[in-house]
Ligand binder design. Structure first.
Ligand SMILES: NC(=O)c1ccc[n+]([C@@H]2O[C@H](COP(=O)([O-])OP(=O)(O)OC[C@H]3O[C@@H](n4cnc5c(N)ncnc54)[C@H](O)[C@@H]3O)[C@@H](O)[C@H]2O)c1
Length: 337
């Protein structure tokens, strides 16, 4: 039985507390928050849980094996470092840290102390995303030309990081996973509509190897909640809609055929669009947060590295976010990675 301490019981932390308690080989034994009110709510929901305002108490508890960090992003590095120094395994919410070099410090520390360090890149445990990965690998989509992600809503607003740092870690981690590679350069624009110092809306273009262009649109200031990814291949096209419970994936049998490879005049060159059926594959159900928690606990038990969402993967995401931020500050100038 792996005993977990959850740090941060705001909007997201309680989901971790609930999920770990549901696993057959884990339990949430302790939780920490700065707010008495949040802690008493947790105690009411989980009468057996120990609560503390000082997260260090979790680190000094010998009966706690691992911690899950769900506090604001700007606290992740300090808390994760102290946890690893106290020989606790760590599942840290995304983004792992605010600086790439901090990710590498944590990675080295986890390796040195033989602890599991994993990042909460939850969409790598989403059945629709896993289906798309297999579909791409099967070759059915063909070569990928382009992809775009839309992640918008009206709020919730954050005060420690901008909309790109809050929302894009999901899409960057998904693209890196689907394309089995990392961006080579980025360019991005952002806007501070609500008058504070953080961008509420941003558009980033990431170039992946083989001329694959991917765009990410994030916003806290949008009339519609959208969580969608479209991938355009030269054989087929696929759209994933996380909010569509009935059929989150639609495969479009659409492509464009060139009539002639060699042509002398424009008249001889033609592009013919081919339109076949739209297929809605059956996607298995399953709660991604539970699959993520189970994977973390299994890695601890089996003493295996969490290769799906390890510190290196977290580092690649943070490095890309820093490049996007640099580009936003330089009005969209291309930044190489
Ligand atoms: N994977 C996802 O889909 C997902 C969704 C939401 C949030 N998140 C991530 O989870 C983290 C938390 O987000 P949230 O929306 O719950 O934020 P939140 O602001 O609602 O909650 C954070 C909580 O942490 C507490 N806290 C702050 N400093 C602390 C400390 N030193 N010790 C103990 N508690 C402390 C705060 O009191 C607050 O209750 C962020 O990193 C965010 O990116 C991930």
């Amino acid at each position: 039985m792996i005993r977990i301490g959850v740090i941060g019981c705001g909007h997201w932390g309680p989901n971790h507390i609930r999920i770990f308690s549901q696993l057959p080989n884990a339990e949430t034994a302790m939780c920490s928050d700065l707010s008495d009110e949040r802690l008493s709510t947790m105690k009411r929901l989980y009468p057996n849980i120990k609560t503390t305002k000082d997260y260090k108490e979790i680190f000094s508890s010998n009966d706690i094996d691992a911690v899950c960090i769900a506090s604001p992003t700007n606290t992740h590095f300090t808390i994760a470092k102290e946890a690893l120094e106290s020989y606790k395994h760590v599942l840290c919410e995304k983004p792992l840290t605010l600086k790439p070099e901090e990710c590498l410090i944590l990675k080295d520390l986890a390796l040195k102390n033989k602890r599991v360090l994993m990042v909460g890149h939850i969409f790598l445990f989403n059945p629709g995303i896993i289906w798309m990965k297999k579909y791409i690998e099967s070759g059915e989509l063909g070569n990928i030309y382009s992809a775009y992600a839309i992640r918008t809503n009206l709020g919730p607003f954050r005060y420690d990081v901008n909309a790109m740092w809050d929302l894009a870690p999901h899409d960057i981690s998904i693209f890196n996973y689907l394309f089995s590679s990392y961006p080579t350069n980025v360019s991005a624009r952002g806007q501070r509509c609500l008058g504070n110092s953080l961008e509420d809306v941003a558009f980033a273009t990431l170039e992946y190897p083989k001329n694959l262009l991917a765009n990410i649109h994030v916003s806290w200031l949008d009339p519609k909640k959208v969580r969608q990814i479209t991938i355009v291949g030269d054989k087929k096209m696929v759209v994933w809609d996380d909010l569509d419970n009935v059929g989150p994936i639609k495969v479009y049998d659409k492509y464009v055929e060139k009539t002639s490879t060699f042509y002398e005049t424009y008249g001889e060159f033609q592009l013919l669009s081919r339109e076949g059926s739209i297929t809605i594959p059956k996607i298995g159900l399953g709660e991604p947060l539970k699959a993520q928690a189970q994977y973390f606990v299994n890695c601890i038990e089996k003493e295996e590295p969490p290769v799906l969402a390890d510190a290196q993967k977290g580092y690649e995401v943070v490095k890309t976010l820093c490049a996007i931020q640099q580009s936003i500050q330089a009005n969209g100038t291309c930044v190489r990675l």
